[in-house]
Design a protein around this ligand. Structure first.
Ligand code: PLP
Length: 308
């Protein structure tokens, strides 16, 4: 029973901030820290489903690479991070959880230069009930998406392979979609090539080949799972630039993310894809993904009864 560990209610989620565990409502960061004020932060999100992490090592590896690129060095090792995330899920008791790990730049203390090189980095992590980026209904009938007029922030300015909170372009695109009656919008780069969307990678299917953009995107862990599934199912896949023309003419489009898996698209702007329903290949990939997840594919099971 995790709901009342030491008389504390962890059931709504659990947090870890700079070395201390808290119930989620009490997990807080200082509002003066640069992680918040300057978005000087990187993060990762790993999913827990059926009581197990999915590709935990891949998420921690990407998180460490992101921290290194931003020169953020928290005191915790990768093994510590795995232990912390496991403890968070165990405390919450959640069998399906959205588990985030953030590394924030604190703020330079008194007597040192007001420069990021002098801000201490620390971790803020949490586990909360699972989040679906698109509802089950939207996934079953296909997501309604459009192409945003807002271009993705140039990769030379903010490296999209470092998972980050510079969401200004993604949020603007989300409002474009909202105002036009769509559920989301995918973004192109300034040269008109497909990048990604708010919280997900994008794939197109052209003549039976699954294609995903080469540059300007987060190297999604679920995207890697799509490639792995394609290899297993004997479906050709490519990673290369995708022009606006190829996107708008594609036979099918689908998205991938931790918070949802593989999510087919049935409308792209004015264009109705297939029969206004998910295409056969997107459906096959989505169903195979969840069937394999149920069977423990790349899973790290959580021992909910272990002591911390
Ligand atoms: N692209 C962006 C901008 C994201 O924020 C995310 C996930 O949050 C993804 C892609 C998908 O990455 P993953 O499959 O690792 O969750």
């Amino acid at each position: 029973m995790t709901e009342s560990l030491n008389g504390t209610d962890w059931s709504k989620g659990s947090g870890y901030v700079d070395g201390q565990f808290h119930p989620i409502a009490e997990a807080k960061i200082p509002i003066t820290d640069w992680g918040y004020r300057r978005s000087d932060v990187t993060y990762d999100v790993v999913g827990v489903y059926y009581g197990a992490f999915f590709r935990l090592d891949d998420h921690i590896r990407r998180f460490r690479a992101s921290m290194d690129k931003l020169r953020l060095k928290p005191r915790e090792s990768d093994e510590d991070i795995a232990r912390i995330l496991t403890a968070l899920v165990r405390k919450s008791g959640l069998r399906e959880a959205y588990v985030a790990m953030d590394c924030l730049r604190g703020k330079p203390g008194p007597g040192v230069p007001y420069h990021p090189a002098f801000g201490r980095a620390y971790l803020a992590c949490f586990a909360i009930p699972w989040v679906w980026l698109f509802t089950q209904e939207q996934q079953a009938r296909g997501v309604h998406a459009m192409i945003a007029s807002t271009p993705r922030i140039p990769a030379e300015s903010v490296d999209p392979t470092v998972k980050n909170f510079h969401w200004g372009d993604l949020t603007k695109a989300s409002f474009e979609a909202f105002d036009a009656g769509f559920e989301t919008a995918v973004l192109l780069d300034r040269d008109g090539y497909l990048t990604e969307g708010p919280g997900y990678n994008v794939f197109v299917v052209i003549d039976g080949v699954v294609v995903s953009p080469l540059r300007g995107v987060l190297e999604g862990v679920t995207r890697q799972s799509v490639f792995d599934l394609c290899a297993e199912l004997g479906v050709s896949h490519q990673v290369r630039p995708i022009s606006r023309g190829e996107l708008t003419q594609a036979d099918a489009v689908f998205f991938s993310t931790t918070a949802g898996g593989i999510m087919p698209v049935s409308r792209l702007g004015a264009r109705i894809l297939g029969n206004d329903r998910p295409g056969p290949l997107s459906t096959r990939l989505r169903e195979t993904f969840w069937a394999k997840r149920r069977q423990g594919w790349l899973a790290t099971p959580i021992d909910y009864d272990a002591a911390d």
